[in-house]
Design a protein around this ligand. Structure first.
Ligand SMILES: Cc1cc2nc3c(=O)[nH]c(=O)nc-3n(C[C@H](O)[C@H](O)[C@H](O)COP(=O)(O)OP(=O)(O)OC[C@H]3O[C@@H](n4cnc5c(N)ncnc54)[C@H](O)[C@@H]3O)c2cc1C
Length: 443
């Protein structure tokens, strides 16, 4: 058993000194013997208590945003250090496995203010995951004994922090953030712009900061940025992350009557759930005040009737199908739409909308030095492709950012039949962990 990091100690202290927020922590100490260690019992108690979790989240943010600490972290960084770009799930998997394998803590660079990646795009719950909440260890989707939302090496797992079948995004975010607090140093507002060779290591250009040297780079930039973000105007036309941020604010649907969603993937489905009122409850929203009258969903490949929906769409999203019955508020339109912003409204094919959400996928933002074309598949000794490796720099891409092809085993088990599984945690978590466990020391 390892010692809690200074940051985890500060989280525990912040919760303990607040009598209301520490109720869950104190309750869970009664069941300490059921956990692998007392720290996991404490963190589970904190996560299960909304007040405890809120105080813990605030303590994490305060620590990460502390300027003197950021300056210290940068000045104490050495050329031998491993640097991870991005602070999402895969950064946490790599850092946890690396430290537990006996190597130093990596340094994580995150361009945003908030640490935790996609699942932490909002501090309040705004969307439900599509992978089931199950207890157990890491494994693939068809393995009923496996936990799908499992973070190898994590201090706690998603299955510790709620027991709903499909968890809100913030459950997974908390697990990721706690792991990073234990196993990494994190710099926020650190937008990496470019990478170049420097001796046997690399030099990293960061916006508004001095360049940083690294012995190895782990590029964990996730699925990329919204494909149509240049069309979004931030008010009446929103990208999926912008819409989720709106759903986390007060009265997010106030005054919205006719709305549209463009794109039928998982993000589109989550956006439609928000409009239907079957996503996590937005703050201070009430059906009497905040219901929309009409939702048009522009998606080329989705069923347009309730019956077809029930036959073809996977279990997680069955709730949406009920709203496709004649006379109900949702209509699927089988074509791609191109919204035009008017003053105060948006036009699609001559119809006007109060709000349009673009869920048309993601694309990679080009970064000089780390272009996709400069990477090739990287295998561990067991001949499994777990990451991609740069031809000339000491750099690896991990997680969805590595764009790893489906394996024969994934095709045989049906995992490859669902395209969204390409980026699923259960598919890539163990690959990133295998990379972290097997790479040699930097020097
Ligand atoms: C709506 C939605 C629902 C999902 N639901 C599920 C689910 O239920 N189950 C599942 O398994 N998967 C799900 N996924 C996929 C899952 O989110 C990803 O597989 C996972 O988050 C990838 O983790 P990551 O660490 O690779 O990237 P991310 O979590 O995306 O983190 C990447 C980080 O890199 C940062 N970054 C990017 N560029 C730079 C830069 N230049 N400098 C510094 N930082 C940078 C970003 O700000 C971000 O914080 C879902 C995805 C979405 C969008």
């Amino acid at each position: 058993m390892f010692e809690p990091s200074a940051q985890i100690e500060s989280v525990l202290a912040a919760v303990v000194q607040n009598p209301i927020a520490s109720t869950g922590l104190r309750a869970m100490t009664e069941r300490e013997s059921e956990f692998p260690n007392p720290l996991q019992a404490k963190l589970t108690g904190i996560a299960l208590d909304p007040y405890g979790r809120d105080i813990a989240d605030q303590a994490l943010d305060a620590y990460w945003s502390d300027e003197p600490r950021q300056t210290d972290t940068l000045s104490s960084s050495s050329i031998a250090r491993e640097v991870i770009i991005g602070s999402g799930f895969h950064a946490a998997v790599y850092a946890a496995t690396r430290v537990l394998s006996g190597y130093p803590k990596p340094l994580v660079l995150e361009r945003n203010e908030r640490v935790g990646g996609t699942f932490a795009m909002t501090a309040r719950p705004t969307f439900f995951l599509n992978s089931r909440n199950r207890a157990g260890a890491a494994g693939l989707a068809g393995d009923q004994g496996a936990a799908l939302n499992f973070l190898p090496g994590g201090l706690i797992q998603a299955a510790n922090v709620s027991m709903v079948e499909y968890q809100p995004n913030t459950d997974m975010a908390f697990v990721i953030r706690v792991a990073l607090a234990q196993f990494a140093d994190v710099l926020t507002n650190a937008n990496v712009l470019a990478v170049s060779r420097d001796g046997s290591g690399a030099q990293i250009e960061i916006a508004d900061r001095s360049p940083l040297f690294a012995g190895r780079i782990i590029d964990a930039r996730g699925v990329g940025d919204p494909a149509d973000q240049n069309i979004a105007n931030g008010t009446t036309i929103l990208t999926f992350p912008q819409f989720m941020q709106r759903m986390a604010r007060l009265w997010p649907l106030r005054g919205m009557r006719r709305v549209a969603v463009v794109g039928g993937g998982d993000a589109g489905k989550c956006a439609v759930e928000s409009f239907l009122g079957i996503a996590p409850q937005p703050p201070m929203a009430a059906a009497a005040l905040d219901s929309v009258d009409r939702i048009d969903w522009y998606a080329e490949d989705l069923p347009t009737t309730c019956e077809r929906w029930q036959q073809t769409i996977r279990g997680r999203y069955q709730g949406i199908g009920r709203y496709l019955k004649p006379g109900r508020l949702l209509t699927v339109v089988n074509r791609r739409a191109f919204p035009i912003a008017l003053p105060g409204a948006v036009l699609i094919d001559g119809r006007s909308y109060d709000l349009v959400v673009l869920c048309t996928g993601n694309r990679e933002t080009t970064m000089p030095g780390l272009d996709q074309g400069a990477f090739d598949d990287y295998e561990t000794a067991d001949e499994n492709v777990v990451a991609s490796q740069h031809y000339s720099l000491p750099a690896f891409r991990v997680g969805p950012h590595a764009r790893l092809p489906f394996t024969d085993q994934e095709a045989a088990t049906g995992i490859a039949a669902i395209p969204e599984n390409a980026v699923a945690m259960f598919r890539t978590a163990t690959k990133t962990a295998a990379l972290a466990a097997t790479l040699p020391a930097v020097y």
